[in-house]
Structure formats: structure tokens, C-alpha cells
Ligand binder design. Structure first.
Ligand SMILES: NC(=O)c1ccc[n+]([C@@H]2O[C@H](COP(=O)([O-])OP(=O)(O)OC[C@H]3O[C@@H](n4cnc5c(N)ncnc54)[C@H](OP(=O)(O)O)[C@@H]3O)[C@@H](O)[C@H]2O)c1
Length: 390
């Protein structure tokens, strides 16, 4: 029996995590649930999983839940998330699932590690913005990150039992996102609804837009570098429309291992929850005979210019990846609110990096300040009402 702390329980990854918990009775005790504002779903989850602690975004929802569940420990805002990640003793074995979206996930990840807990991490933005801080803490606290992202779960599986020194190169595959068959000239007037129609995956809104701009793949390069101690030169990206091969590793002898499965996040989530065991999942099996051909193609950085921006941020180092993440979070939010066009996302992110004075070896305060200042300067340009800012 593992104690589970599920941050982002109402989101795409959070819901699938709880589905796996439900399908494996007696394996997990859900100690905490945390979400933003989907209180209706949270109430259902509280009734089903009977957590001891819940956290929500606003104080108003906190008070509402207190009326309904007076016996629950409830928190809100950042402190609520930290409580949901660190509550109680470390026995039975705790596992914090961080399925929050955005840099919001950074502080709970840090506190979970400091509390001596392993973290099953879907929240890639926390590694992008604060990867060096997290890495340092992991080595001090001897805790681990279990990747949930499908490509990184693939790499994790492929690297088991291999000598890291024999790794020549790793490949992260990219589906190409919602507009993969569009010319750049056709992207000028694309809508939010079109951007949110991903051809292969059903995911939260932000990551679906990030897939369409290819920022998601850029972030995954940073994620892979931190998770597997890889230099940039060893991380390659490649287009693979079918999303069946999630990752590949080329070894010193020229052998290449690939991880394949249906595009279904329940597999990487299950692998992280049960690691080091593999458990049966309801994930559809691949039938190679009926697959026919699958394809790979070069990821064109002229077609997806945010790849160039993110590579520039990686080479600059320090707070530069955090700056790019902050600008991207604000720009995607503005796009989803209908305040800017799809191609403006690229302009705002590139512009933010151009104007950012990178801080080398940033601490937590530097990261949070960089994030706040960049978002504020973007929101100030486009939003009048404070209420439209997340
Ligand atoms: N979805 C996928 O297939 C997938 C695959 C790989 C990696 N990831 C990564 O996993 C993370 C989660 O993605 P997702 O697709 O599951 O996102 P999502 O569906 O948008 O869910 C995000 C979760 O975060 C919660 N949240 C948002 N703002 C919050 C706040 N201020 N306070 C507390 N909770 C807040 C949401 O709560 P409410 O909904 O209640 O507001 C929701 O539970 C992202 O970093 C993403 O890049 C996702």
C-alpha cells in the first residue's frame, strides 16, 4: 500500500491517475487531493477517495468545502498545495503525483522532495523553470523523480540496466500538434478551438497549445537533460505523426532501443505509480500487422521557430529557461482568452528572451521573481482587468 498525494487531481493526468487507483483496490490510499477551481469534480473525488487533506485555489472554495466536509483538512493557494504535498508521516511509502500545470508546480515539488518524498512528475514547467534547484535538492535528499511525460517515461524504461556512459543519443518524438499539416501562412487566423483539437492526445488546454507551437517539445528537451543528466548535444527531437514510438536511445555500439505503445497516458502514469513493477493496464495493445507504415521526419525549426528560442535559452542557461516558460505561460493564457493570435505566442516568447538579463545559478526567489516580472509585463500590455490574470 502506497500513500498517494495527487496535485492537479481534476486535470487530465490527475483524473487518469485516480482511474488507475480505482482499478487497483488495496494498492493506494489517497491522502490528499489538490486542484484549482473544478470544485464539482473535486467533491465527487472526495466522496470516492476519502482523502484527509484537500487544497483548492481560492479561499471562497475553501470555505464552501469546509461547510460540506467539516472533518477535512483544507487549504488554499500555494500553502494549500504545499500542505497537500507534505501532509503526514512518510509511512506507508508516500508518492506525490504532481499533475499541476505551470510553474505553480515548482514549490510543491520542492517541498515534497524536502519532505523526503519521491515525486511522480507530469508538471514539466517546474523542471524547465527550476530544474537546477530541483536537481540539487534531489541529490541532498536522496529522493527521486519518476517521469510521467510519455517520452521521458519511455527513456526511463529504455535506460533501465544500461550504463549511462554508453548512451550516444536519445530521441524524443513529436506528433507535430494540431496544425502539423498547415503552412506557416495558414497559422495567422487559426482559432483556440482548432488549436485544442490535438490529432493524437486528449490533454489539458495549455499542453495542447504548447504541442501546436512545439514549445512542448522544447520544454521536453530541458526535462530530459535534467532527468537523465544529458548534455544538449545528446538530445534529439524527431517528428513522428503516429505517436506510437515515444522515445529511442542510441548506444555506443550503434544499437537503438525504442519504446512503443498506444498513445495513452495511463501507461506512463501506471509505470510511475507501480515502479519498479509493471502492472496490467487497459491500454490498447499495438497490432503491428494492421499498423502498416509508421514514419519519421526532420523537425523543421523554421516551421516551429520556438524550437530555436528554447535552444537559445538552454545555451544561455541560468534563468533564461524560466523566462521563456513565464512568457509562454502568459502568452498561451492570452491566446486561450482570445486576446492574441496563435503566432503572437512565438513573438512574445522570443521577445521576452531577447529582453531578459539572465541570472546565473538562480535561487528560488530569482526564479519566482523572473516568472512574476515577465508575466506582469506581458499581461500589462494586453489585460485591463486584474481578474483575467491567473
Ligand atoms: N495531459 C497529458 O496527457 C500530459 C502529458 C504529458 C505531460 N503533461 C503535463 O502534466 C501537467 C498537467 O497537464 P494536464 O494536461 O493534466 O493539465 P490540465 O488538464 O489543465 O490540469 C491541470 C490541473 O492543475 C490544476 N490547477 C490549475 N491551476 C491551479 C491553481 N491555481 N491551484 C491549484 N491547482 C490548479 C487544475 O485544477 P482545475 O481544473 O480544478 O482548475 C487541474 O487539476 C502539465 O505540466 C503538462 O505539461 C500532461
Amino acid at each position: 500500500m502506497k500513500n498517494l498525494f495527487v496535485l492537479g487531481s481534476t486535470g487530465s493526468i490527475g483524473r487518469q491517475t485516480l482511474e488507475i487507483v480505482k482499478e487497483n483496490p488495496g494498492e493506494f490510499s489517497v491522502v490528499s487531493l489538490a486542484c484549482g477551481s473544478n470544485i464539482e469534480l473535486l467533491i465527487e473525488q472526495i466522496k470516492t477517495f476519502k482523502p484527509k487533506v484537500v487544497a483548492v485555489e481560492s479561499e471562497a472554495d475553501h470555505l464552501k468545502l469546509h461547510e460540506l466536509f467539516p472533518e477535512l483538512i483544507i487549504g488554499h493557494g500555494n500553502q494549500g498545495l504545499v500542505k497537500a504535498a507534505t501532509y503526514g508521516p512518510n509511512s506507508p511509502e508516500p508518492l506525490v503525483v504532481n499533475a499541476l500545470v505551470g510553474i505553480l508546480g515548482l514549490i510543491p515539488t520542492i517541498h515534497a522532495i524536502e519532505a523526503g518524498r519521491n515525486v511522480a512528475l507530469a508538471n514539466k514547467e517546474s523542471l524547465v523553470a527550476g530544474g537546477n534547484i530541483i536537481k540539487r535538492l534531489l541529490s541532498e535528499e536522496k529522493t527521486k523523480l519518476f517521469p510521467i511525460d510519455s517520452e521521458h517515461s519511455g527513456l526511463w524504461q529504455l535506460l533501465q540496466g544500461e550504463d549511462p556512459k554508453s548512451v550516444q543519443k536519445v530521441y524524443l518524438t513529436a506528433s507535430g500538434g494540431s496544425f502539423r499539416h498547415y503552412e506557416r501562412s495558414e497559422l495567422v487566423h487559426v482559432t483556440k478551438e482548432e488549436a485544442l483539437r490535438h490529432p493524437n492526445w486528449e490533454m489539458g488546454a495549455k499542453i495542447t497549445v504548447d504541442s501546436a507551437t512545439m514549445m512542448n517539445k522544447g520544454f521536453e528537451i530541458i526535462e530530459a537533460m535534467h532527468l537523465f543528466d544529458l548534455p544538449l548535444e545528446k538530445v534529439e527531437t524527431i517528428l513522428h505523426e503516429e505517436s506510437l514510438v515515444h522515445a529511442m536511445v542510441e548506444f555506443a555500439d550503434g544499437s537503438i532501443k525504442a519504446q512503443l505503445s498506444s498513445h495513452d497516458m495511463r501507461l506512463p502514469i501506471s509505470y510511475a505509480l507501480f515502479y519498479p513493477e509493471r502492472r496490467p493496464t487497459p491500454v490498447p495493445r499495438l497490432d503491428f500487422a494492421s499498423l502498416g507504415k509508421i514514419g519519421f521526419a526532420k523537425l523543421d525549426h523554421e516551421r516551429y521557430p520556438l524550437m530555436k528560442v528554447v535552444l537559445r535559452a538552454i545555451r544561455t542557461g541560468g534563468s533564461a529557461p524560466c523566462a521563456v516558460n513565464a512568457a509562454n505561460e502568459a502568452a498561451v493564457n492570452l491566446f486561450l482568452q482570445g486576446k492574441i493570435g496563435f503566432l503572437d505566442i512565438e513573438i512574445l516568447v522570443s521577445d521576452a528572451l531577447d529582453h531578459h538579463l539572465p541570472i546565473q545559478n538562480p535561487g528560488i526567489a530569482d526564479i519566482l521573481n523572473t516568472d512574476k516580472n515577465i508575466k506582469q509585463s506581458i499581461y500589462d500590455r494586453y489585460l485591463d482587468k486584474q481578474g483575467d490574470r491567473p
